[in-house]
Write a protein that binds this ligand. Structure first.
Ligand SMILES: Nc1ncnc2c1ncn2[C@@H]1O[C@H](COP(=O)(O)OP(=O)(O)OP(=O)(O)O)[C@@H](O)[C@H]1O
Length: 442
């Protein structure tokens, strides 16, 4: 069994692309199958090596490893061989119509209420007419003559699918400059490198009918591949995601400090009957089931991702983050704050609160109360019990309780209304800073 993820290096991967990469990688892991990363760079005008490099960086960040990788431009000789085969069998035929001629024909067909598909005029061209066109300096591009089959398959997500080939135009597989189109290159690669399962976006469903036809023309059985088409992911406004506009790119999310494992957990289960849970790759793979994915488009929701990110951070151990924490941060610091941050970058703020010289705002009406609490501070060394001891003393001495007791302390010590348990923060802040903050301006 072999799966593949085959992005084109024409921009930064977005969360929609990532959903496919993750689906393939999880399915491969679950079934102990090989996983290929193929860079679909046949569109040389738009493909860039820097994007291919960025794709590898993004996938590695997600924790996705591949067992083999190649770029399509490394295999041009294989596509040339397939082109020769299809020409020999008469399935590829030369065409000379210009874009304008085709557009005019399309318009005419629409006016005649016929489906606006290619009329195969060039199939009827005689040898003489072709020789004449070439003598006039025209260079042909090549279309694949589709069969008149209805290509059907049992899709692992969409259920039974079919594409009526007589309702679509014969696709161009070779451009006039001799370069091959993705539609053919993809089939040649999948056949020759032993891919068995193809998981991709539903934007490829029509392609699938065509590709089954091409595969058969190249000698494969029509049921050679198993397919799964996942619905497209939309942005929060319901709009299309595009590599070209850098929308919701993995790079941006990474720079914003989203945890890779939160993103993987989120995308693995988004639009499925299983709720997103903060699970590691193996646990996600063990429960990964394409039949639980919904057939309708899913929307990416930043708030849901951040909620999951928070849960992931809350269960992340110190060893996994120690290199990313501020210099000197201890396990006690991480344990104290990890349940109170949405993004890892907020750790810096709590580091400043516990170890920096912040000046929290003190309300005038709290000054006298805070000054009183300083005198009640227990002697050092402080530990996790100190907070309870201190606040019990305060309660006894002032008669305050609940919000009236705690709120001014939290505000004065951290500058925030909410945050990690003060029981944990107090020993981290330490007696000197605590005294200073309680007496500021007093
Ligand atoms: N919005 C989306 N949601 C889910 N999957 C998507 C989305 N857009 C593309 N894909 C899938 O991502 C995979 C990689 O495809 P590809 O590199 O061609 O991406 P693309 O965004 O369609 O690119 P381009 O903008 O260059 O056409 C394919 O399986 C494709 O179906």
């Amino acid at each position: 069994m072999k799966l593949r993820f085959a992005p084109s290096p024409t921009g930064m991967l977005h969360v929609g692309n990532a959903r496919q990469a993750i689906a393939n990688a999880l399915f491969a892991r679950r079934h102990k199958a090989a996983f290929q990363l193929r860079i679909d760079d046949t569109d040389t005008a738009r493909s860039k090596e820097t994007y291919a490099e960025a794709i590898r960086t993004d996938l590695s960040w997600l924790g996705i490893a591949w067992s083999e990788t190649f770029s399509q431009t490394e295999r041009l000789d294989r596509y040339a061989a397939a082109i020769a085969t299809l020409k020999r069998s008469g399935r590829l035929y030369p065409c000379f119509e210009t874009e304008q001629e085709l557009a005019a024909k399309r318009e005419m067909r629409i006016r005649q209420r016929k489906p606006p598909i290619y009329d195969r005029a060039m199939l009827k061209m005689t040898h003489e007419q072709r020789a004449q066109a070439e003598a006039n300096g025209k260079v042909p591009y090549w279309r694949f003559r589709l069969s008149d089959e209805i290509r059907a398959w049992a899709d692992m997500v969409m259920g039974s699918c079919s594409v009526k080939l007589t309702a679509i135009s014969d696709p161009v597989l070779v451009r006039a400059d001799g370069t091959v189109l993705y539609t053919l290159a993809s089939v040649v690669d999948d056949l020759e490198t032993g891919v068995t399962h193809i998981i991709r976006g539903e934007d490829h469903i029509t392609n699938t009918g065509v590709q089954i036809d091409i595969a058969e023309a190249l000698g494969a059985r029509a049921d050679r591949f198993r397919f799964a088409h996942l619905p497209l992911l939309l942005d929060e406004g319901g709009g299309k995601l595009s590599k070209r506009f850098d929308s919701l790119s993995l790079k941006t999310l990474r720079q914003d400090g989203v945890e890779a494992s939160a993103l993987v957990s989120y995308l693995a289960r988004l639009g499925s009957s299983d709720d997103p849970e903060p699970l590691d790759f193996d646990a996600l793979a063990a429960s990964y089931d394409l039949s639980r994915i919904s057939k309708s488009a899913a929307r990416f929701d930043m708030r849901q991702l951040l909620a999951l990110n928070r849960r992931v951070l809350a269960q992340t151990g110190f060893d996994a983050v120690r290199n990313r924490l501020p210099e000197g941060a201890t396990e006690a610091f991480w344990i104290a704050i990890r349940g109170n941050i949405e993004l890892f970058s907020e750790a810096r703020h709590w580091w400043d609160v516990t170890h920096g010289d912040i000046t929290p705002p003190v309300q005038d009406e709290d000054r006298a109360y805070l000054a009183q609490t300083v005198d009640l501070l227990p002697p050092e060394p402080w530990d996790i019990q100190t907070w309870a001891t201190w606040t019990a003393e305060i309660k006894a001495a002032t008669g305050r309780s609940g919000k009236a007791l705690f709120r001014p302390l939290r505000l004065a010590l951290t500058g925030e209304e909410h945050g990690p348990e003060l029981r944990d923060l107090l020993p981290l802040i330490g007696a000197d800073r605590v005294r200073t903050r309680l007496t500021v301006g007093g």
